[in-house]
Write a protein that binds this ligand. Sequence first.
Ligand code: AMP
Length: 194
Amino acid sequence: MRLVLLGPPGAGKGTQAKLLAERFGLAHLSSGDILRAERAAATELGEKAQGYMDAGQLVPDDLIVSMMAQHMARAERERDGYVLDGFPRTHEQARALDRQLSEQGSRLDAVLELKVDDDVAVRRLAGRRGKESRTDDAPEVVRQRLRTYHEQTAPISAYYAEQGLLKEVDGGGEIEGIHNRLAEIGQAFVGSRG
Ligand code: AMP
């Protein structure tokens, strides 16, 4: 099963992607987590990404696309698929992902979009600040991340809607309720690996 989880920063993508991955035996591939690990290991990629991340801006598409391709290839070999969290984030990334999948004769099963209002997202991120020690959870960077989301990432929902892949899910309320709504959709694709 190959899923994408979309939604603004603070929508709960990380939490929900992890729960979906556990439930369906998928790899949880978070582009943000992978980038933070690259930074912690002081790799060349991590160093290139650093300035963009600290400013709440997107890391260039070519770096992200090749980084994610490696992780997706491993998930194809070792797991029953993956849930992508934080990728794709631009039209170019979405098209690159489609090209890559069609070259291997496969496709996404579904794109799940968590719908939450900006004020809910900001409140959730403020609650997280300090607990996860993310420098980009500072209020001025959060505002920039939301702007980046609305300008560059939100438009890709329409791209997936045209392909009939988009499922919108209410991202409000408690973690378990949101998980159940997402899992119900995922259940339809259990066993599809082709
Ligand atoms: P996240 O943990 O998903 O909020 O990502 C943290 C930061 O990593 C973002 O603000 C971006 O700077 C960078 N990042 C994560 N995923 C991507 C992506 N798909 N494309 C470009 N930049 C990304």
